[in-house]
Each structure stands twice: as structure tokens, then as C-alpha cells.
Design a protein around this ligand. Structure first.
Ligand code: PAN
Ligand code: ZN
Length: 186
């Protein structure tokens, strides 16, 4: 029997602890082309962290049958009137779903279907979000503190970033008169 290395989820921070935890960092440099106001992005320090993802992948990526788990930490911040957010993606295997659970902070889960219809769900500590298959998903941090989101997805979901990096979502979450609003269009 395969012995799995122990992993702990720190309930106070959402941090995953264990030697098999992998971490990805996305900085302002990595987010080129994702925000509406490219000039505002260029004015920020390119090393500024936008978000970090910790993940445990105890199964061959791309193969059917396993589950992955991760924590995403999105920093508070703005690029122009747009909130710091994840890149967002469809699953490569379009009929794979996912759960997101908010641990801390205030945010919005932005969902887009294949017809580019875009909606958002408010996120606050304890909200559980089922992301149906065939929906692109992205998270924006609309608060002043780190937005911490737990996620669980199938090992054969895969990530298709191309569609979003080239066409974006059908709307953008922007701060208008101090409030988050989903504005249709690019
Ligand atoms: C999440 C995301 C994570 C980062 O684990 O991968 O929040 O967002 P991007 O992948 O869009 O950069 C997930 O949805 N996995 O499938
Ligand atoms: Zn996903």
C-alpha cells in the first residue's frame, strides 16, 4: 500500500503544510494582458504578488480517477478600476466540475458559459461554490484583506488558459463609485 505523506490544513490561514505541497506564484508581470488597463498594470512593480496557489496533486495530472486540492490566496489590490484576480480558465476537459470554498476575505466568483454569458457569486467566509462543468471560472478580491479560497477538482480536469487569455470573460468586475460591478464587454 502506498503511504501518503501527511498534509495539514492550517485552519487559521488556509495554508497547506506538508512536503508534497506545490506552490505557484502569479505576479503583476505574469498577468500581462489580463486587465483592461494595461498602462496601470505596467505602472505597478512587476514583482508584486497578485496571487499564490498551493496544491496537493496526489495523482497523475491529466489522468482520470483522482482528486486535487488547493488553496488560493489572492492579495488585495487594484489595476486601474479592476480588482486583483486570478487568470481564470475553462477546464481542458470541459465536462469537469469543481468546488470552491471561501475561507477568508471578500470576493466574487466570476463564471462564464460557452456562450460568454457571465455572472458572479459573492464570496465571504464559509460560502460554498459549485462550479458546473463548461464554465470558465475566475476569482476577484474585492476586499482589503487576503482572499483565501479552498478548491477541489478532478485530476483529469486540466486547465485551458488560452481561451481566456485571448478573449477574456464576457464581463469585468470593476470598482464603480466604490462598489463592485460586473460590467459587460471587454
Ligand atoms: C484553482 C485555480 C486557482 C488559480 O485551483 O487554478 O485558483 O486560478 P488560475 O488557475 O485561473 O490561475 C482551479 O480552479 N483549479 O482547477
Ligand atoms: Zn478550475
Amino acid at each position: 500500500m502506498k503511504i501518503h505523506r501527511p498534509i495539514r490544513l492550517d485552519f487559521s490561514t488556509g495554508t497547506l503544510l506538508g512536503t508534497s505541497v506545490q506552490e505557484t506564484v502569479r505576479t503583476v508581470r505574469d498577468m500581462k494582458g489580463y486587465f483592461r488597463d494595461e498602462a496601470a498594470r505596467k505602472n505597478l512593480d512587476p514583482e508584486t504578488v497578485v496571487y499564490r496557489v498551493q496544491a496537493i496533486l496526489p495523482f497523475q495530472e491529466g489522468e482520470e480517477g483522482g482528486l486535487f486540492f488547493g488553496t488560493t490566496f489572492i492579495q488585495p489590490g487594484m489595476v486601474g478600476d479592476e480588482y486583483f484576480m486570478t487568470k481564470g480558465h475553462f477546464h481542458l476537459n470541459r465536462n469537469r466540475s469543481e468546488y470552491y470554498i471561501t475561507m477568508a476575505g471578500a470576493g466574487a466568483l466570476i463564471l462564464m458559459d460557452e456562450d460568454r454569458r457571465t455572472v458572479f457569486e459573492p464570496m465571504s467566509p464559509g460560502t460554498v461554490h459549485y462550479i458546473p462543468f463548461n464554465r470558465a471560472h475566475r476569482v476577484s478580491n474585492i476586499g482589503d484583506t487576503v482572499l483565501t479560497v479552498l478548491a477541489c477538482w478532478p485530476s483529469d480536469a486540466g486547465h485551458d488558459y488560452n481561451e481566456i487569455s485571448s478573449k477574456g470573460f464576457g464581463g469585468r468586475l470593476r470598482k464603480i463609485n466604490g462598489l463592485a460591478a460586473l460590467v459587460e464587454g471587454l
